[in-house]
Write a protein that binds this ligand. Structure first.
Ligand code: URA
Ligand code: CA
Length: 434
């Protein structure tokens, strides 16, 4: 078999067979197929698309390229959740303890943030002493005992995806639905999940800016999950403005504590209840989505959810007194108000720009190697649909530098005002089950 023939085949819009895809992915991972041929293939896929069958083969070939996590020592249906990324997305910190309270085993591997999107592992490190590295037997034991453990990515998972994703990044082929879908699903499957709940974002802060694209991506991922024998559902949710109010690591931990106490932002709480009820249902801990949701609401109301968060922190060596006293989390030296320069309704926000503004303060990484400042970030005071008067505070910048003029400009520019009340905000657009 020759790679050049496979490139020609895809260029001419023909489907590749399982054998051909296996040959290509193995050859590329081993270094027998050079980057220039894989680049041409990625571009051919970008223009010609792939069938569901091809996507399933590609995903399985990427899973087989490296280690696979074995969670079989953990009792119950392991349901993983994945979000396609966004700004101020604190859902994992809330969902993990919340569904664990209902008996769903959460054996979660999470990443660090890069660029303007955050990562759960960085957020957890804002808690003094919290260990994000655990030996695999300790990890399994914790999940069996407490139903929850979260660790950083380790081992050699999906090396084919790592190599291909880096190549796509520099060849203008990231934004291809079959390539995104197989990339995300290969990592979820290699991490050992039995079932997967996807949160596919749409809007200015998302990969897929429009709803049609988000739906297509969601359908591709659900089809891959089914083809690989992992029950998968996707929720399509809004990322046209940041989720919740907090953007920044320690600030988001505080927001998670508020939410688990039943005092969280409405959008963040609602998204967690929606994603969580699907997780509980797929884990067979409720006989309907409605029952699952009721269980989750009760866990917040009766205090079990926040207790679980506390126990989770302690079990991984963290200072659990932050739950009762969030002021013990890292605090920035300065809090600087951003005020509205005009009155009116907030009609739109640019989520990416707010993520970049938080990154500029030090909350996010510019490169993989950069150090981040866990204390800094932005807390939004006003969001889409809110009415403001000129001079009202719309956001507060938490900074360790006194001069934040550049960041302030960026935050101001991320807001659009209008005289008329905008149409009601929609958080959940669709749920894709097949
Ligand atoms: N996230 C991934 O993991 N892979 C992609 O291709 C795009 C987003
Ligand atoms: Ca948030």
């Amino acid at each position: 078999m020759r790679m050049v023939d496979l490139i020609a085949k895809k260029r001419d819009d023909k489907a590749l067979s399982k054998r051909e895809i296996d040959f290509m992915i193995k050859g590329y991972t081993d270094g027998d197929i050079p980057d220039y041929q894989m680049s041409a293939m990625a571009m051919a896929i970008y223009f010609q698309d792939m069938t569901t069958e091809e996507c399933v083969h590609l995903t399985k070939a990427m899973v087989a390229s490296g280690d696979q996590i074995d969670l079989s020592d953990i009792e119950g249906v392991k349901v993983d959740k994945h979000s396609t990324g966004g700004v101020g997305d604190t859902t994992t910190l809330i969902l993990a303890p919340l569904v664990a309270t209902i008996g769903v085993p959460v054996a979660k591997m999470s990443g660090r943030g890069l660029g303007h999107t955050g990562g759960t592992i960085d957020k957890l490190e804002a808690i003094d002493g919290f260990q994000v590295e655990l030996a695999s037997d300790t990890f399994n034991k914790l999940v069996n005992q407490n139903k929850i453990a979260v660790v950083g990515q380790s081992g050699n998972l999906t090396p084919a995806d790592k190599k291909l994703y880096a190549l796509r990044d520099v060849t203008a082929t990231v934004n291809s639905i079959p390539l995104i879908a197989s990339s995300i699903m290969s990592k979820k499957i290699a991490s050992g999940a039995d079932a997967i709940v996807l949160d596919v974002k749409t809007g200015s802060g998302a990969f897929m800016k429009d709803l049609a694209g988000a739906k297509e991506l969601a359908q591709a991922m659900v089809a891959i999950g089914d083809g690989a024998g992992r029950e998968t559902i996707a929720v399509i949710s809004d990322m046209s403005q940041p989720l919740g109010f907090a953007i920044g690591n320690a600030l988001e931990v505080k927001e998670a504590i508020d939410t688990l106490n039943g005092r969280g932002p409405e959008d963040l709480t609602e998204l967690c209840l929606t994603l969580g009820s699907h997780m509980v249902y797929l884990a067979k801990q409720a006989s309907s989505i409605e029952e699952a949701r009721q269980k989750l609401e009760s866990a917040i109301e009766n205090g079990q959810a926040i207790e679980k968060f506390k126990a989770f922190i302690a079990s991984q060596g963290g200072d659990d007194s932050v739950v009762a006293d969030p002021d013990r989390l890292p605090q920035a030296a300065y809090q600087i108000d951003v005020v509205a320069r005009q009155g009116g309704y907030i009609s739109a926000m640019v989520a990416d720009e707010l993520g970049i503004a938080a990154s500029m303060l030090g909350a996010g990484r510019m490169t993989k190697a950069s150090e981040i400042d866990l204390a800094v970030g932005i807390v939004l005071k006003k969001k889409v649909g809110d009415r403001v008067e000129s001079g009202d505070t719309i956001a507060v910048i938490h900074s360790n530098q006194q001069d934040v003029s550049e960041v302030k400009n960026k935050v101001e520019q991320a807001y659009t005002f209008s005289a008329e009340k905008p149409s009601p905000y929609q958080l959940i657009y669709d749920i894709i089950t097949e």
